[in-house]
Ligand binder design. Sequence first.
Ligand SMILES: NC(=O)c1ccc[n+]([C@@H]2O[C@H](COP(=O)([O-])OP(=O)(O)OC[C@H]3O[C@@H](n4cnc5c(N)ncnc54)[C@H](OP(=O)(O)O)[C@@H]3O)[C@@H](O)[C@H]2O)c1
Length: 376
Amino acid sequence: MRARPAARRRARPAPAAPGEPRGRPRSRSRPRPRPRRAPATAMVGREKELKIRFAPGRCELVEEDVDIPSRRVLITGATGLLGRAVFKEFNENNWNAVGCGYRRAQPRFEQINLLDSIAVHDIIHDFQPHVIVHCAAERRPDVVESQPDAASQLNVAASGNLAKEAAGVGAFLIYISTDYVFDGTSPPYKETDVPNPLNLYGKTKLEGEKAVLENNEGAAVLRIPVLYGEVERLEESAVTVMFDKVQFSNKSANMDHWQQRFPTNVKDVATVCRQLAEKRMLDPSVKGTFHWSGNEQMTKYEMACAIADAFNLPSSHLRPITDCPVVGALRPRNAQLDCSKLEMLGIGQRTPFRAGIKESLWPFLVDKRWRQTVFH
Ligand SMILES: NC(=O)c1ccc[n+]([C@@H]2O[C@H](COP(=O)([O-])OP(=O)(O)OC[C@H]3O[C@@H](n4cnc5c(N)ncnc54)[C@H](OP(=O)(O)O)[C@@H]3O)[C@@H](O)[C@H]2O)c1
């Protein structure tokens, strides 16, 4: 059995600056000496790894040689809903994957504040990735409306800087964007259609796309719609958050039946990212904007009914609300993405919604919640 396989694949963490507590995110305003990292070549080939070996009556820790894959990928937002799936997908498919997070980074991932341009420069130059998948963002529309400057710093400025650093080492950058760049009035949308975001979140993501492509003309933008998948908490996804309202059928629950959505499994997006990266390593013309999406059109009310159906639960307490929502940031009515460009490249994977949601939600069934401590 391996002891913490992810740890072996990490770039060596930068030592804390003098006087700085270990593990605290660094601020750009605080000058610090440049940390010396191991050169990237130390992270390919063979490396020692600690493994636990079990024998009757005892277990021992042994050091063994392991192969490190030669293809390197850096994933930002690796602690988030999508980033976790992207990290896993590359890690399990013969890539040397390093994940970065921020508040939730330790102990599994590198702790990098993407607003700290020195830290970003250091990790990219030390690890020398072939591919960077940029998942980190502020993606909650209502939070973006209430904290526009902070959201713009992360979604726009940090994305532009990451793209510039990626270009500096010749890495292929995949910037994850959203269907919310469209106004939802004339679906389905092709990559060439003119965006017109209705809310600030969509605007910052669109500006992020432009900042990325201006700083790195070989980069890719991957637009995706609402996500679901294995969550740490139900609130992590706009889809899984409905589960308690579905389960507690003694209380009626209003569900939006106005906005048309295409719930997409994070595992499918992760596979698309890996396929896109592998295609690009063979063909440098693979770049620019792409769309990926599930193909089952559903309102939130319909998703809630499908969740009930998947778990054989009643749905008669769910009430469809057909009016346009009046609270919160404006949302597009139907921002369906046309995915034919990726399909033509032979790229794509779609998990049926009922199967995917059941796999994601079963640990959150009321009688199974004790299992969360085991699996999450
Ligand atoms: N979720 C959706 O339904 C959806 C739909 C369409 C598009 N997208 C796009 O998909 C991407 C991934 O979304 P998600 O749902 O996975 O997001 P998420 O779960 O909210 O994760 C956000 C990630 O960003 C990291 N982060 C936040 N501030 C940071 C900073 N200053 N420096 C470094 N990292 C920072 C977080 O790290 P810590 O948690 O460790 O602080 C976390 O890993 C985003 O680009 C989003 O716009 C998402």
